[in-house]
Design a protein around this ligand. Structure first.
Ligand code: SF4
Length: 83
């Protein structure tokens, strides 16, 4: 039987849980709070090209970019104001 590194196992569970929590958070937003699908995707594209985006986190504010981009009133906190 193949042994698994506990740290790796924990990281993968943690990532799945984080992803699930982000999805739940986004789904909990009311239509008034939520960015439209097109805007959301545009924001995420800009985040994906940003040097301050690391593993889905914004290094400037510490937010998960998917959660931040999902709110209509959010903005990019970086000095370049990408969105
Ligand atoms: S600085 Fe702006 S573009 Fe860059 S990861 Fe943060 S929110 Fe996204």
């Amino acid at each position: 039987m193949e042994r698994q590194c506990r740290t790796c196992l924990f990281s993968s569970i943690e990532k799945e849980q984080i992803q699930k929590n982000i999805e739940e958070y986004i789904n909990s937003l009311s239509p008034d709070e939520k960015a439209g699908e097109r805007l959301y995707k545009e924001r995420l594209k800009l985040c994906s090209e940003c040097p301050d985006c690391f593993d889905g986190l914004c290094r400037i504010c510490g937010c998960f970019v998917h959660a931040r981009a999902a709110k209509i009133r959010s903005y990019c906190p970086g000095s370049a104001k990408r969105w």
